[in-house]
Design a protein around this ligand. Sequence first.
Ligand code: PLP
Ligand code: LYS
Length: 475
Amino acid sequence: MGAHEAGELHSPGYGHVATVPGWLRPPDDVNDLLPGLWAQTVHRAGDGVLQIGGVSVNDLAAEFGTPAFVLDEADFRSRATAFRDAFASAFAGVGGADVYYAGKAFLCTEVARWIAEDGLFLDTCSGGELAVALRAGVPPERIALHGNNKLESEIDRAVAAGIGRIVIDSMIEIERVAAAAERHGKVQPVFIRVTVGVEAHTHEYVSTAHEDQKFGLSLAGGDAAQAIAQVLAKPSLKLLGLHSHIGSQIFDTQGFEVSARRLLGLHASVKRDHGVELPEIDLGGGYGIAYTSQHDPLEAKLIADQLAEIVVRECRGLEIAVPRVSVEPGRAIAGPSTFTLYQIGTLKDVSMDGGGVRRYVSVDGGMSDNIRTALYDADYSCTLASRVSDAPAALSRVVGKHCESGDIVVRDEFLPGDLVPGDLLAVPGTGAYCRSMASQYNHVPRPPVVAVRDGKARVIVRRETEDDILALDVF
Ligand SMILES: Cc1ncc(COP(=O)(O)O)c(C=O)c1O
Ligand SMILES: N[C@@H](CCCC[NH3+])C(=O)O
């Protein structure tokens, strides 16, 4: 099957004509797994059935039901340790570096344990995430707390637990954290989140360092400098460093370079203006992953080496010592580790406005387990997982079971033309910001997370039940 003109594609054998993105091409073999999108152990076994961690998806569906998030433990942990090692080696001999896994991407007690066992740190951004981290036994000094509106109760709990850093996000919060530290008779280590004025090349909703948004204290407007002076004047706070996170799903280091340069400039001014050499700096997370063939992510080693080069060069120019650097990758560790396993319920060929027919493949989940397509126009890909097929590919749209026409999981994909109800579909790259952003919309219970390793599967987040949902109602 050859490539067609961008924009209009014909699905041989089915007469489907559909407008699709220019980058989408019919595959040579519809059973092929696109490289770079799947967790490391995923492949088709001899019988054609998708396997992960040595377990067949048909067995997983039979034992755990669908929809389910299926997580390759070895993949998750090897990405985490790859970041740990890449940053340790890139910053060895200069200031050193720490990797904070951003738990907002996906967090549960078991994952928090892996993070601690594997020698990473953990970035939390709510009382709930902090509770998971503490229950998992993550050493408090290895935990960070973020958030633009941390509740006083969250601040209190974090200070009481002795967490390693609270990232201050507003002037008001300086007083709140200082008061909590005084109450507990402690000196709380803090960072200040700085808005460095960078327009990250990503979706507006996940871009976080331009001026007109809710996070951080402005560098250009002088709020950051004012916050630094106020924090330094508080005996119950210890300013460890400055923080910047420019956004998420970013593929080039340009934005990080501008951000690091501005942050280090401010860092140097603290020494000049206050005579204080801050020991650390935090460059945030945001490294992109591949959801489709159009994405080309950077390897952890390349990211670490490039950031080290930028930081060392800037520090040399500013004639300051290289501070200890931390980064906060979430998506790049969790995202590729997981696919969502769905069962097909209905199939429908629908006439399109401009002529032609589009095949709608409805699955047993949808926008309640993956809101990213509706929220950010995110692109995903998918494959028939429970068998192989030699039927010609049909241009298809995978949709959920919710009460909205925007309930789309995979906007455009070539799937075998002979799909039937009961077939299983797998959508890769759903380890980050899918389970963590899941809802109970339409009272659809949230799927479990099943971790697979060395031929064994176990539930690490159980499936929600209708009883869980009913139990919330007071009547
Ligand atoms: C402060 C902070 N750190 C880290 C992250 C993790 O980002 P990502 O999952 O894109 O690496 C985020 C989310 O964008 C964030 O807001
Ligand atoms: N939830 C976003 C990322 C937000 C990152 C958190 N600051 C996404 O799915 O892309």
